[in-house]
Design a protein around this ligand. Structure first.
Ligand code: NAD
Length: 518
């Protein structure tokens, strides 16, 4: 949460302002120190990015795509180094780091290939009699300098990942990663340099949230933010003061619904992976599961067995652990509080339930049963390796409880018949829903994904995921013009009569539906 960083540097001392200590949360050891910027330094970075933007835009889609493909080559060549960096600064297992590299490599190619198509001029034929014969174009052009502010749970996907479409649209980007995980973003600066990107096209601004983030909000031309709902709302208020366009990807408390005829083995595997992968620190993690009727007992048994088999510890290389560290110390307290609150209100801890041991920050993979909506674990984002499972009578009750939330990010439904699963999924108030799987809808880069309710504003991916980084221009061209249009001055009674007649002839009819008296 925002407070992590603010609390880590509560008082300003010159030394604190100048550098950030980056620690490995799985070992408690210091990895390195990186320079931290103050507000003036951020303004200077934005100015550099602004000067670099016209040439970057002029490079065109093909030129920018070539840079992106060379960044991808660099990423593949340097993947072991990038994964080690991600794993160390975040405490995530090798395989969870691999998912980030996979996504970024895929996204670089996706936007390189599709940006031109998504941002092409959109022509229309005029329907209005005023515009007959005119050329109508909806045109996209980059804002200029885009600010991207990202969280610590996905230091690549939700940081550089959101910069890629902004860059492909012809903007330059200043990225502010979370204070506790700056290193993989700095590697992407290196990648851009190695790929021959012009200077200052992509810049990283390290430092504290309020100071660096605040300076970005005051100076960039558009902002994409990923982080907590609390900070997202603050940013929306700040951005409103200068009408800065923003998109916000915020917190989630995602439900999974398991219908009684579902493949329970698959549903249990998906719940355990979807809830606990990346230590449960995924915005679209499964946080709460509603299981229909008699499927509840066998489902819980399967989940508990699978959770007991998970290995937790300081991540090393491939295949060593499934669950790593809790990245932020503040988050550890939230997780502990949610488990304590649930137990005090009558829940059972069926697996885990406590902080782990060791020099790092760990929380055991945890299953809560006998839960209800009086408990924070069901109604607030826990953002840790916990799964809360509740029995429901039927699909209607499951949908009602799934929707009993101020958040609406992702959701999942398991059912034997995918059509029935889809029908239930369509009733869930969330920006995304996946049937018979968990989380993987994030990889559907072709279609937008974003939160509703307090989970966000706008979306990433798909056509809108790059168009949002552009201003629209409405362009109407009169190709053959008379000396004067009939609606120009001077106004006359004759013309008013003609217009009056046109209004009646063109728009004076209602529908033809039969209407009786009620
Ligand atoms: P956070 O809101 O604390 O911080 C996010 C970023 O905002 C950090 O870079 C931080 O330094 C910066 N920041 C903090 N205060 C700021 C301020 N006043 N002005 C400008 N910037 C400020 O979030 P977090 O704890 O880093 O990340 C976890 C949260 O992010 C969870 O709620 C999670 O669900 C959410 N998240 C959402 C998505 C999504 O796509 N919807 C993806 C990942 C994470």
């Amino acid at each position: 949460m925002a407070t992590v960083e603010e609390q880590q540097a509560p008082t300003e001392t010159p030394e604190r302002k100048q550098s950030i200590t980056v620690e490995n949360p799985a070992t408690g050891q210091t990895i390195t120190e990186v320079p931290a910027l103050d507000g003036d330094a951020v303004i200077a970075l934005v100015q550099r990015a602004r000067r670099a933007q016209p040439a970057w835009e002029a490079l065109g889609f093909a030129g920018r795509a070539a840079v992106m493909r060379d960044v991808r080559k660099w990423l593949v060549d340097n993947r072991a180094r990038v994964m080690r960096t991600l794993s160390e600064e975040n405490g995530k297992p090798w395989e969870d780091a691999q998912i980030e590299v996979f996504y970024i490599a895929d996204a670089l190619g996706f936007w390189a290939k599709n940006a031109r198509k998504y941002l092409a001029d959109e022509g229309s034929l005029p329907h209005s009699p005023f515009l007959l014969g005119r050329k109508l174009v909806n045109r996209y052009r980059p804002f200029g300098v885009v600010g991207v502010i990202g969280p610590w749970n996905y230091p690549l996907i939700n940081n550089f990942g959101d910069a890629i479409p902004a860059l492909m649209a012809g903007n330059t980007v200043v990225l502010k990663p979370a204070q506790i995980t700056p290193l993989s973003s700095m590697l992407m600066e290196e990648a851009m340099r190695a790929a021959g990107a012009p200077d200052d096209v992509f810049l990283v601004a390290n430092g504290r949230g309020g100071e660096v983030g605040g300076a970005l909000i005051e100076n960039v031309d558009m902002l994409h933010f990923t982080g907590s709902t609390e900070v997202g709302k603050q940013i929306a208020v700040q951005a409103a003061a200068r009408l800065l366009p923003v998109t916000l990807e915020l917190g989630g408390n995602d439900p999974m619904i398991v219908l009684s005829d579902a493949n329970l083995e698959r549903a249990a595997n998906a719940a355990v992976w979807g809830g606990l992968q990346n230590g449960g620190q995924t915005c679209i993690s499964v946080e709460r599961v509603y299981v229909e009727g008699e499927a509840y007992e066998p489902f819980v048994r399967k989940v508990v067995e699978k959770v007991h088999a998970l290995r937790q510890g300081a991540p090393g290389g491939p295949g060593e652990v499934e669950i790593g560290a809790v990245t932020s110390p503040d988050q550890l307290e939230t997780i502990e509080e949610h488990v304590r609150d649930a137990v005090e209100k009558g829940a059972t801890v069926a697996a885990g339930g406590s902080r782990g041991t060791g020099p790092g920050t760990f929380f055991e993979p945890t299953v809560l049963t006998g839960v209800d909506h009086s408990m924070k674990a069901m109604t607030e984002e826990t953002f840790g390796p916990t799964l809360a499972i509740m029995r429901v009578d039927d699909a209607d009750e499951a949908v009602r409880l799934a929707n009993d939330s101020n958040l609406g990010l992702n959701s999942s439904v398991f059912a034997k018949d995918p059509k029935r699963g889809e029908q239930v999924a369509r009733r869930i108030e969330a920006g995304a829903a996946i049937v018979n799987d968990a989380l993987t809808n994030y990889f559907a880069t072709e279609i937008p994904i974003g939160g509703v309710k307090d989970s966000g504003l706008g979306a990433r991916h798909g056509r809108v995921g790059i168009q949002k980084y552009c201003q629209r221009q409405n362009l109407v061209v009169t190709r053959v013009g008379l000396n004067k249009e009939i609606y120009y001055f001077p106004y006359s009674k004759r013309m008013a009569k003609l217009f009056d007649w046109s209004i009646v002839v063109l728009y004076g009819r209602g529908s033809k539906r039969p209407r009786g008296r009620g």
